[in-house]
Design a protein around this ligand. Structure first.
Ligand SMILES: Cc1cc2nc3c(=O)[nH]c(=O)nc-3n(C[C@H](O)[C@H](O)[C@H](O)COP(=O)(O)OP(=O)(O)OC[C@H]3O[C@@H](n4cnc5c(N)ncnc54)[C@H](O)[C@@H]3O)c2cc1C
Length: 249
């Protein structure tokens, strides 16, 4: 339950407010506004100007409070990212949900986080007024340490493919696979659709066996939606589809 609401006008003011352990950043509020038993104070980030979307060299710099829909509609958003963004949430939620809020709240079914993990996105995190650090999404997700995310940096000079299987075309995936391929030959593949976070299945070279790596990522993936055996087969097929899509780009 939110017991107090703060709307700081500067980043320093927000960081000062967030030094109290019972205060949390408020992005779009789509998750925070759902009643919970713990009492928290919300520090609304909307006046901090953290919603910019900017291309900087080979990177797309996405402000923490940029909404998923603004990212989707941005002229700089590569077409290959769009399916993963659309599947994250329906339009009304995408209009409120922010990039950082979605990352912090994501589970393994998050198509946005599955895509960003393949793309090796980096998070700029402010721990205090004096202290900031950059963390890869892969380092961040297992522990989700406290700290204010201010920027999400995603490389644009990377080929990307995403595919999924779900109960209906617009439902969250039962299995999804994202593959990112750099000019150097580096290839990262992630698998999502189950568990607490999407999983990095491979960070290697284009010649590695993507289908085998995708299968391996699903060994323990049994839940109410599907068995591990089913997911292993589907993930291998999706990995092959992504590999051939990347080859055609
Ligand atoms: C009807 C409905 C259905 C939903 N379905 C799903 C679903 O299927 N799967 C799912 O994962 N979620 C779901 N959600 C939850 C929610 O919509 C998403 O997780 C959303 O993307 C969260 O983004 P937000 O900006 O609204 O975050 P908020 O609700 O504002 O915050 C979410 C968390 O992120 C933290 N946070 C926000 N911004 C920052 C920041 N800049 N730095 C550090 N921490 C920050 C908050 O403190 C909080 O812990 C659903 C919500 C609704 C209302």
């Amino acid at each position: 339950m939110i017991t107090a609401y703060h709307r700081p006008k500067t980043l320093d003011e927000a960081l000062k407010l967030l030094t109290q352990p019972n205060r949390v950043p408020l992005g779009g509020g789509t998750l925070l506004s759902q009643g919970k038993s713990d009492s928290t104070e919300a520090v609304d980030l909307q006046l901090l100007g953290l919603d910019s979307l900017r291309v900087n060299g080979n990177n797309f710099e996405v402000g923490a409070t940029a909404t998923l829909q603004s990212l989707l509609e941005s002229g700089n958003c590569p077409t290959t990212w769009k399916r993963a963004l659309q599947l994250e949430a329906p339009l009304n939620l995408r209009n409120s949900a922010t990039a950082a809020g979605t990352i912090v709240a994501c589970d393994g079914r998050s198509t946005f986080a599955t895509a960003l993990l393949a793309l090796d996105a980096k998070l700029e995190i402010r721990d205090s007024i004096e202290q900031s650090r950059v963390s890869s999404l892969g380092e961040f997700l297992p522990l989700r340490p406290r700290g204010l995310i201010t920027l999400v940096t995603i490389p644009l000079n990377v080929k990307f493919a995403f595919d999924y299987v779900a109960r209906t075309p617009s439902d969250k995936p039962i299995v999804c696979v994202a593959v990112a391929s750099w000019g150097s030959g580096r290839t990262r593949m992630t698998v999502g659709g189950f568990g607490k976070s999407p999983m990095l299945a491979m960070d290697g070279t284009a010649s590695d066996d993507l289908a085998a790596a995708a299968r391996n990522a699903c060994h323990e993936a049994t839940d109410d939606f599907a068995s591990a055996d089913y997911r292993m087969d589907i993930a291998a097929t999706l990995a092959k589809r992504c590999a051939s899509e990347i080859a055609s780009l």
